[in-house]
Write a protein that binds this ligand. Structure first.
Ligand code: FE2
Length: 378
């Protein structure tokens, strides 16, 4: 509910019943009008362009009607109602924290010692609450396990079906991770792999990866996940200038390990939104290309920061490790979480299948479930 509304020609100021006040600009309110000529009633999509709004838009009246805000815009002489709840949800007249490298709301960073979020295969397929908490774990922690699944090949595709679609690449809809005699990629050998994000040479990168275990009787081969956002936070604390270098200049990544494929990207190792929110990590020693976008007199400092970030990532205190059994899988947010594996020996066998999928689809499924069942929120 609103208590009061005052205005001049370009700004409306409202006071909520909580006592909080907020200002809204005339152009902002007109652009966001909720009437059926501005927003399609069915799908909520905007029907007007910015050019359809008169450049000299102004407010000629603003008053509280039944607790909501009624505004009349000129020169259209158009009166629109804005529900108080809607206004409260869309306040932008507030102190915005703009610290570079800040973590978005809803994300919890972690190190070794947390319990790996884990759900049961049958439960996520039959119980909406379990499915929702599994999706929510990926959103908050960037990874989650699934246990008790089938051991047939291609079962990983059913994991993607839970929230969206497989993202097919030149590796196919999915790829096999087991020892090959002449591997096209080091992932297909028994070597240990440093923690990395996958495919930084793509733009955009695959935002989710699913790794599904079908056999794992080999010695070793444990999976390790590291929170790249926590690593970035640590680098920022230890070496703010180095953090700024890794965030401020593009790295280069490249993959041309098979015929007809030459993937290249020019993106930073630490990616920030324009207002400083941490939105992505790219870290992969195997596919880093020569860095040529860092100024000459900054290159040594850039490398020092790169080394420092690598040391943080390699620190055993950072990683959560587990050994997947057959029928178990995990999903990682590939824009945030690095994954690694210990080396494994030729004794026994290790067979995983991997695929990519899109995080926007997962977050969409989660948000739609939260909207449909807000009372189930934790
Ligand atoms: Fe990988």
């Amino acid at each position: 509910m609103l208590r009061t509304a005052t205005h001049d020609t370009s700004i409306v100021t409202v006071e909520f019943d909580t006592g909080a006040k907020a200002r809204f600009h005339a152009i902002w309110l007109r652009d966001n009008a909720l009437d059926p000529e501005t927003r399609a009633p069915g799908n909520g999509q905007r029907l007007i362009t910015i050019g359809d709004i008169p450049a000299n838009v102004s407010v000629s009246a603003a008053e509280v009607v039944n607790g909501d805000l009624s505004v009349t815009f000129q020169p259209e002489s158009k009166t629109v109602t804005f529900p108080a709840v809607w206004l409260a949800d869309h306040v932008y007249d507030r102190d915005q924290t703009l610290q570079a490298g800040r973590i978005a709301p809803g994300i919890t960073t972690w190190e070794r010692g947390i319990d790996a979020p884990s759900s049961d295969w049958t439960e996520v397929h039959t119980n909406q609450t379990t499915k929702r908490s599994w999706l929510a774990a990926v959103a908050e922690f960037g990874f989650a396990k699934l246990t008790g699944g089938p051991t047939e090949p291609e079962s990983l595709l059913k994991v993607a079906d839970l929230f969206g679609y497989v993202r097919e690449t030149n590796y196919g809809p999915y790829f096999e991770v087991r020892t090959e005699v002449n591997p096209t990629n080091l992932a297909y050998t028994g070597l240990g792999l440093q923690a990395h994000t996958d495919n930084p040479y793509r733009d955009p990168v695959p935002t989710l990866q699913i790794l599904y275990c079908l056999e794992n009787s080999a010695e070793g081969g444990d999976s390790i996940v590291v929170d790249g956002f926590r690593a970035a936070e640590k680098l920022r604390e230890q070496n703010p200038d180095g953090f700024a270098l890794l965030a401020g200049y593009p790295a280069r990544f490249e993959y041309k390990g098979s015929d007809g494929v030459c993937l290249r990207s020019r993106r930073p190792m630490i990616e920030l939104s324009p207002d400083g929110e941490l939105i992505g990590i790219r870290f992969n020693n195997r596919s880093s290309a020569p860095f040529v976008d860092v100024p000459f007199d900054q290159m040594e400092a850039y490398y020092a920061a790169y080394r420092q970030l690598g040391d943080i990532i390699d620190d055993p205190a950072m990683g959560v490790s587990f050994k997947l059994e057959s029928g178990e899988s995990f999903i990682v947010d590939n824009t945030r979480i690095l994954h690694a594996r210990l080396g494994y020996s030729g004794a026994g066998s290790r067979w995983l299948q991997g695929c990519y999928a899109d995080k926007d689809g997962l977050l969409s499924t989660l948000a739609a479930m939260e909207m449909a069942q807000p009372e189930a929120a934790e």
